[in-house]
Design a protein around this ligand. Structure first.
Ligand code: UD1
Length: 312
């Protein structure tokens, strides 16, 4: 039976992939260092073989990859502002960790690695939607680090024949996303604050837009990427998103209805390293994986608010 490894298994996206695999009755191993992962995210995943370890340690990577056929590499320090404050840590936990993992995967005879890429690789180019043929233009250390990981994926496919697939995620949100840090994703922060009757802060004028992608769509894309024929997908990179965008101001208004929050947002200066607009072209994932979104933004946001309302 195939054994799957999920890195960052105590993080928001990693735990969601692990849960979907376990629900299918698969053999799952998980690894997490708990730098940003949470032990509470492992509740419900008791059937997973869990290793506490850090991918910056090659020995931990070797242990994690033993006997594994397919890896979902979700571990990262997923934050643009965090990378602006501390680019070296982001590099270690995104680039060095990814290279260590690839080395261990190759040595252990892993067949395929599916990698969590980031839409931040596109940077602040005015062209919308962002398609995979565009030149990358990373503008934050986080974007640089995630993009370096993509290049390593492609190089390992080319040079060593390890099957690798890159999914460029666009602003993923949903249950289990940590709302407690100022490095958290905006929707997690807004859900928590607005449900508590606290005023959210919008950086900039709120007219920036994002292709916010509900977690189930990203899990779906990952499962498809793991199963797709190698001739079609190995060495490829594709967007994983919904293909629609919404401004922060409009999102705030929807959240006001969903949460019952009565106030207005506070506006603050724009954040360094932020990009203005983000929207994915999702045709390539459609062609290569048969992917299309399974949950739309509003329904995803409704489910997310309900989850935070029930106390995370
Ligand atoms: C970026 C990447 C995304 C990646 C994520 C990891 C882009 C387009 N997207 O997301 O793929 O997964 O980093 O962290 O580069 N904001 C507020 N108030 C808050 C918090 C945030 O107004 O309290 C604003 C930000 O300034 C930004 C927007 O909301 O304009 C989204 O921010 P965030 O959720 O942190 O994600 P990105 O930086 O867009």
């Amino acid at each position: 039976m195939t054994t799957y490894l999920v890195t960052g298994a105590a993080g928001f996206i990693g735990r969601s992939i692990a849960a979907a695999l376990l629900a299918r009755g698969e053999n799952v191993r998980g690894i997490d260092s708990f730098i940003t992962g949470k032990r509470t995210n492992l509740v419900g995943l008791e059937a997973m073989d869990f290793i506490e370890g850090d991918l910056t340690d090659p020995a931990a990577c070797a242990r994690a990859c033993e006997g594994v056929e397919i890896v979902f590499h979700e571990a990262a320090l997923a934050s643009v502002p965090r990378s602006v404050a501390d680019p070296v840590s982001t590099n270690q936990n995104c680039v060095t960790a990814t290279l260590n993992l690839l080395m261990a995967a190759r040595a252990a005879g892993v067949r395929r690695v599916v990698y969590a890429g980031s839409s931040s690789a596109y940077g602040d180019t005015p062209t919308l939607p962002k398609h995979e043929g565009m030149l990358p233009n990373p503008i934050s250390p986080y974007a640089v680090a995630k993009l370096a990981g993509e290049h390593y994926m492609r190089a390992f496919a080319r040079v060593y024949g390890l099957e690798t697939v890159v999914l460029r995620y666009f602003n993923v949100f949903g249950p289990h996303q940590d709302p407690t840090s100022h490095y958290s994703g905006v929707l997690a922060i807004f859900c928590r604050r607005m449900l508590a009757g606290e005023q959210p802060t919008i950086y900039g004028d709120g007219e920036q837009s994002r292709d916010f992608t509900y977690i189930d769509n990203v899990v779906h894309a990952n499962l498809l990427a793991a199963a797709a024929p190698a001739e079609k997908v190995s060495g490829q990179m594709m967007n994983a998103a919904t293909g629609s965008r919404i401004t922060l101001n409009d999102t705030f208004r929807i959240l006001r209805d969903l949460t019952g929050y009565k106030g207005e947002p506070m506006y603050a200066p724009p954040r360094a390293g932020d990009i203005r607009d983000s929207l994915a072209d999702i045709r390539l994932a459609g062609e290569l994986l048969g992917y299309s979104p399974i949950v739309d933004f509003r329904e995803g946001l409704r489910r997310t608010v309900e989850w935070y309302r029930q106390g995370e």
